[in-house]
Design a protein. Structure first.
Ligand SMILES: C[S@@+](CC[C@H](N)C(=O)[O-])C[C@H]1O[C@@H](n2cnc3c(N)ncnc32)[C@H](O)[C@@H]1O
Length: 257
């Protein structure tokens, strides 16, 4: 599914670059085209995306001015400071046709000097909020709190990028969305959470009536209070696991509940 959606996204990006990116205006001011992928994670999707964008830009250059020398490319890979940049850099494609640099920090703030980027890309990252909003458990209030925080974050993001992109630059944002008016429960994620909720409810019901133990006396005790989960509130889940069981067995046991 991810591969299929990536191929549709790439085709769309290729078309937009071919039609709208004014590469000749860049060549009059610089010999280096600078790209950034914001929320790049550790790869490999970011490598495919950057490779595709560079290919489309080269194609545009060659179609407009076949005899001119091509520009050089620099790609900035951005993510939170906690991202595993070591993994990202170790996995960089050896045959890449760009200079790579990491930029750690939140894309809700300024990350680059003014008018320094020609192309900004961000896929499936902007749905991450900069902070958890405050709300009670009323569904309308929860929805409002999250959408207000998202609007604030988007505002900061767009203001920062507006300064960082060169005039004539391009930004591509790929985001999950919900068709207007469609109930959340009918979306794949909604169905998944409903299913998870049913399982947790069943577990909660069982735990309150029975106690579980596994063969063997020297069992480890796992106890968790799901204080923050609306389904669990103050419930406690107690799981007894004999020491010889490994984590996979533990998961199997958990799923049996
Ligand atoms: C679901 S991953 C997407 C990774 C990649 N872009 C892709 O399409 O496969 C979301 C990434 O966004 C990053 N992210 C979330 N908030 C961010 C922020 N404020 N600034 C920079 N990166 C952020 C996360 O750390 C995570 O690596």
């Amino acid at each position: 599914l991810k591969r299929l959606s990536a191929s549709v996204e790439n085709t769309k990006i290729d078309e937009e670059i071919a039609e709208k990116l004014d590469v000749l205006s860049f060549s009059s001011t610089t010999k280096t085209i600078r790209l950034a992928d914001l929320g790049c994670a550790t790869g490999p999707n970011t490598f495919f995306a950057m490779q595709n964008v560079i290919k489309a830009i080269i194609h545009k250059y060659q179609s407009l001015s076949p005899t001119s020398p091509l520009p050089e490319f620099q790609v900035f890979f951005n993510d939170q400071v906690s991202n595993d940049f070591n993994t990202l850099f170790v996995a960089l494609p050896p045959e890449r046709k760009y200079f790579a640099a990491g930029v750690a920090g939140s894309f809700h703030n300024r990350l680059f000097p003014e008018s320094s980027l020609h192309f900004v890309h961000s896929s499936y990252s902007l749905q991450w909020l900069s902070a958890l909003p405050h709300y009670t458990s009323a569904p309308d209030e929860v929805f409002h709190a999250y959408s207000t925080q998202f609007a604030k974050d988007m505002d900061n993001f767009l203001n920062a990028r507006a300064k960082e992109l060169v005039p004539g630059g391009m930004m591509v944002l790929i985001l999950s969305g919900i068709p207007k008016g469609m109930p959340y429960s009918q979306l794949p994620a909604g169905t998944m959470y409903n299913l998870l909720a049913t399982i947790l409810m069943d577990m909660a019901a069982e735990v309150s009536y029975s106690s579980y133990s596994f063969p063997g006396d020297n069992g480890l005790e796992f106890s968790r209070t799901f204080k923050d989960c609306y389904l669990w509130k103050t419930r406690k889940l107690l799981i007894l696991i004999p020491q010889q069981l490994n984590f996979r067995h533990y998961c199997n046991c958990l799923f049996k509940f």
